[in-house]
Unconditional design. Sequence first.
Length: 297
Amino acid sequence: MTKKMEALSFQYSHEEGKSVWCHNLVTTHVVSDGQSYVFDFRPYYQSEYCKARRIPFKSKNDLAVEMIDAFPANDDERVYVLMDSWYTSEKVGNVCNRKGFHVIATIKTNRLICPSGIPIKINDFAEQYIRKSDLRSVTVEGQGVYWVYTYEGPVSEIENVRLLLSWKDDYTASSKPQVCLLCTDSSLDLVTIQRYYHIRWNIETGYRYFKELLGFDQYQLLSFTGIQRFWAVQFLTQNFLEFQRQDWMSDGTDLTLGDVVRRIREEFFGQIVVYVYQQALEKKPLIDILRHLKLPA
């Protein structure tokens, strides 16, 4: 079946630790006041696929730039773009700066910084020059304790940023930082930067619900047009579930998307039981009830 699907290619999967035969999407989510909604998505095609079909190749960073540029923020809104290290580039940073958005993102430890004007890789700097006495203990609610070193200045091609080199729970001498966070908003304190970046977890949990509850990766469509329509329906479904979650939490109840799906299924099943009971009281033939419910006899 997959051999006949359109637009498939081998893409590296961090979850699998190897290249897999699949489709690849670049997505954006909007999180505000505890609400998380899918905003946009773009399929990523490898250069060979684009060349064979004579369509312009766009890297994942190019697609991210398009979606950030298309986001309709108001002038009085303070927008933070949260990204993993794959998208932390000058190209993406420039479009955020042009839109007036701030960036909080992870960055790889092989990037160059310039303490005292001397270029050095982050991991080399951490191993050679950072000691525990240089670190600050930072407690982030719900995340634990971090040992943090703060650097301000250029990072590779990105200028004037704050960089947080973090070790979780404990620090080992001459070790590489476990997390490197880049932030372009110098007004934020260390706790707020880490707390804001943790909001990005909405994306990870969203995809888990997609796959486990909504069957996001279980399609067997051949036409790529049909596949993209399927994705659109799935994203709309996720946004509906988030809207319903917010409505049901108005009484103070804390719910996940999984809780919402289970509650909807239970309520729907209850409605079927009530319908069957009412039909039985009216002595309707069983075959008519099954036909109405589109169930085999």
